[in-house]
Design a protein. Sequence first.
Length: 520
Amino acid sequence: MKTVSLHRFVAWALSGSVLLAGCSTTIPQPPLADAPATAATSQAVGTLAPGLYEGNVLVNGRILPASSFELTLPGGAKITEVLVREGEQVSAGQPLVRLDVRALELQVKEAEANLAETRAVYEVLVAATTPEQQAEARAQIEQARAQLNQMAARVSPEDVAAARAELQAARQALVEATAGADPELVAISQAEVQRLQANLQSIRDTMSVEKQQAELRIERLANNVRDAQDYYSRVVWDNRRRYGEELSVEAAATEASALRAVNNAEIILTDARIELEQVQKNELNRLLAARAEVDQAENRLRQLLQGLLPSEISDLKTRIQVAEARVEDLTGPTTTSTVAGAQAQLAEAEAAYAQLVAEPSTPKLAVAEAVVQRSEAQLAQVQLQLEDGELRSPIDGVIADVLIEPGQPYSSNNVALIVADMSTWQIETDKLNELSVVHVREGDTATISFYALPGFTLTGKVTYITMIGQSADGDQLTSNYRLVIVPDSWDDRLRWNMTASVKIEAGSAAVESDAAGGKP
């Protein structure tokens, strides 16, 4: 069966619901005899046991026309007139449905935009990327990396540790405030205040040195950038003075190398600046955390010496709640998801850069060119249909079904009409099991009988067997194969989707070939 829209015909082979070898059947069948099937039993459809018997492969299938189409309309199409009825003979190109062409005008604009887009994609593939484009892509990588660093810094181990320390301190302060003064606890608290104050000063000294080192490194790298820029300018000036715009290969290579040196120096400088920002943030975070620890220790000491008022006890409880919320914010699933999103953006930017600098492969160019050609064909198709606003038959055949009426709402997912060439029929099954398919060849002779006509048979040939099998229903270890048998003659009593049983003479194609070639 094929599906055809007003702006594009898309065809595929229709496979009806079939009864297949090696599978259960929905057609009532009498019990099978213990003995293998014989020529006599093969005359009555429904008594054939699927499989291989006496050199014959037995299989059930459905009657289908050799060519059929499901015709669809563009989404939102307004049907003004249906020109055919079920069972009516039609010719290729004959109008079947007339539409309101205003919807098709929009389809033309969409097809034009799609063609422009596909052409642009093709041009991007064939065009060499410039140093500016590569530099822009690298800048996007650095921006994504900086965002990831910023996200990761928000949930750094230091931040989490500080938040948990604050929560522990708040809880301890509440315990101490309600326990009363104890000389031993007072001495311990005083020693803790002194230790934390010394730690705060040590952090100030250490972070100051790290920041100075980072600033000196930035200054050195900035000089490197300026030196690289000066060298690049001298190379460009010298090349233009000596060669003009027609550079030698060696001169162009020297100029490109100098430009790469500038870009690399700028990237390294950018990384150093990001590192300085991180150092500064770490300094601020560590100082704030250490300062908070000192304040907390001093408050605990004060509370031990003076005791707390009821309002201060309430403030401590509020402080505990705030600290608990902070810990949850830093370690909860929302923050983790944000960091994962930043990581994904960095990976996407790196992949885009890799694709930008990679040479386009021949298959990619072929695919892009084919997409452009298909877009051109789609535009031409819609333009032709816009001229007459009619859905036409793709083949000479018969209208098998009409599923629309003038004025009714129409969805692009629905079939409007079915047209088929009923002058040629075939028997199809798509579940011939692997134990049977190995005995069948294209050209093998077949005898076909029908459930609706007991005792009536036709002869035919196997014309097609798929190369690749599909997993059998409910069994991932077994594969089924699609098979097509074309009868040598036909009977008008037979109809679409009727059930047929086929006895295939395994190897008969090879016998006929040998006979035709004069082999004994």
